[in-house]
Write a protein that binds this ligand. Structure first.
Ligand code: 5AD
Ligand code: FES
Length: 346
C-alpha cells in the first residue's frame, strides 16, 4: 500500500487511502514522527493555553451522548454569575492565560442581552486576550452581535459530518445541515472557528471519519478539537464502548499532516481515557491545552462524560501540573494569545 501522506504530504490522499490509513496501526510511529516534525515547522515547541470557563450546564438539547442533556434529571444544574466569570478571567490572566473560552450548554439565560455586555466588559478589561465562545447553535444575528461586542473565536464541533450518523446521535429537532450552516455563518462573520468531532461515537464507521476530514478540508477551521467518546452513565449510550485511544492519536497525527497550520488541542477527554493521553496527543501533533478555570464547586457538574479529570484541582494546580506534563515531552507552555498562523477566510 502506498500512502501519499507518507513519507511526504505533498499529494492529497484519496478517500480509500485515508480509510486504509485510519484502519491500520502499521504506520503509527511514522505518522507521529511526521506530524511532530510538521507541527514544529509551523509552531516550534510552543503549546498554547486556553482557559476554559464552564459557565452553565443548563441545556435545551438532548444529544444522546452528553451528560448535561436536558433529559438527565439527576444532574444538579448551575449557572455562573458575571462576577464569577470575571473572577475566573482574573485568575486565568494572572496564570498567563491569554485566551478565555466561555462554554455552556444551550441555555436560554445566556441570551444576547446577557452575553453582549459580558463580552464587552471582558474585552475592555483584557484587550490583549482572545475571547472564545462556545454556546452551541445560535442565529447568524446573534453570532454577529457577539462578534461586534468583541468575541473573536467560536468553538462548535460539527460532531459528525455524516447526516445519517448525526441523526443517530441527536434528537430529531437537530440536524447536521443546521450545524454546518452555523459553522459557515461563524466563518463568514470573521470568527476564528474551531470545529471537530468525537472519535468512536456510537455507530461511527471509518467512512464517517473520512467524511469528517473532508468536511474539515472544506471548512478550513482555525482549530480542530477531537477526543474519544466516553460513555456517561446517565445517558442512553451508557453501554456503548469508549472511543479508542490509539485511533484518536492516529487521527490527531493525520489532522496535523493535512492541516499543518491548525490549532489542535490535546483534549481533556484524551487525558481522561489515558493518564498520559494529553502528553501523547502533543507528541502526535497537538499544540494546545485547555485547562479548566471554572470555580471548584461547579467542576463535577459540568460532566459531559464519566470520570472527567481535573475536577478537584484549582486553576493554579492545573497550570502547574500541565507545565510539568508538557515539558516532560519536550514542549513548553507559552503566555501568548496563540492565534492561528495561516488560515483561508470564507
Ligand atoms: N464523550 C466525549 N466527548 C463528549 N462531548 C460531549 N459528550 C461527550 C462524551 N460523552 C464533546 C462533544 C462536544 C464537546 C463540548 O464535548 O463533541 O462538542
Ligand atoms: Fe488539571 Fe493536571 S491538568 S490536575
Amino acid at each position: 500500500m502506498s500512502l501519499p501522506i507518507l513519507p511526504s504530504c505533498s499529494v492529497v490522499p484519496s478517500d480509500e487511502e485515508l480509510a486504509a490509513l485510519l484502519e491500520t496501526n502499521r504506520y503509527d510511529r511514522e505518522l507521529y514522527r511526521l506530524a511532530d516534525a510538521r507541527r514544529k515547522e509551523y509552531y516550534g515547541t510552543d503549546v498554547y493555553l486556553r482557559g476554559l470557563i464552564e459557565v452553565s450546564n443548563f441545556c435545551k438539547n438532548d444529544c444522546l451522548y452528553c451528560g448535561i442533556r436536558r433529559s438527565n434529571r439527576q444532574l444538579e444544574r448551575y449557572r455562573l454569575s458575571d462576577e464569577q466569570i470575571l473572577q475566573c478571567c482574573e485568575t486565568g490572566y494572572a496564570l498567563g492565560y491569554r485566551t478565555f473560552v466561555m462554554q455552556g450548554g444551550e441555555d436560554a439565560a445566556f441570551s444576547d442581552d446577557r452575553l453582549v455586555p459580558l463580552v464587552v466588559q471582558i474585552r475592555r478589561r483584557y484587550p490583549d486576550c482572545a475571547i472564545t465562545l462556545s454556546f452551541g447553535e445560535r442565529s447568524r444575528e446573534s453570532y454577529q452581535k457577539l462578534y461586534d461586542a468583541g468575541a473573536n473565536r467560536y468553538l462548535l464541533r460539527h460532531e459528525t459530518a455524516d447526516a445519517e450518523h448525526y441523526a443517530k446521535l441527536h434528537p430529531p429537532e437537530m440536524s447536521s445541515a443546521n450545524r454546518k450552516e452555523c459553522l459557515w455563518n461563524l466563518k463568514r462573520i470573521g470568527y476564528q472557528v474551531g470545529s471537530g468531532f468525537m472519535v468512536g461515537s456510537p455507530f461511527q464507521t471509518t467512512q464517517c471519519l473520512v467524511k469528517d476530514i473532508r468536511f474539515l478540508q472544506e471548512l478550513q477551521p482555525a482549530m480542530i478539537g477531537i477526543g474519544p467518546f466516553i460513555a456517561h452513565h446517565q445517558t442512553p449510550f451508557v453501554r456503548h464502548p469508549n472511543g479508542d485511544f490509539i485511533l484518536t492519536l492516529r487521527i490527531i497525527a493525520v489532522l496535523r499532516l493535512l492541516f499543518p497550520y491548525a490549532l489542535i488541542p490535546a483534549t481533556t477527554a484524551l487525558g481522561t481515557i489515558d493518564p498520559q493521553g494529553r502528553e501523547m496527543g502533543l507528541r502526535a501533533g497537538a499544540n494546545v491545552v485547555m485547562p479548566n478555570l471554572s470555580p471548584l464547586e461547579v467542576r463535577t457538574k459540568y460532566a459531559l462524560y464519566d470520570n472527567k479529570i481535573c475536577t478537584g484541582e484549582e486553576a493554579a494546580e492545573c497550570r502547574n501540573c500541565l507545565t510539568v506534563r508538557v515539558e516532560s515531552v519536550g514542549y513548553q507552555l507559552v503566555t501568548d494569545i496563540g492565534n492561528v498562523k495561516k488560515i483561508k477566510t470564507a
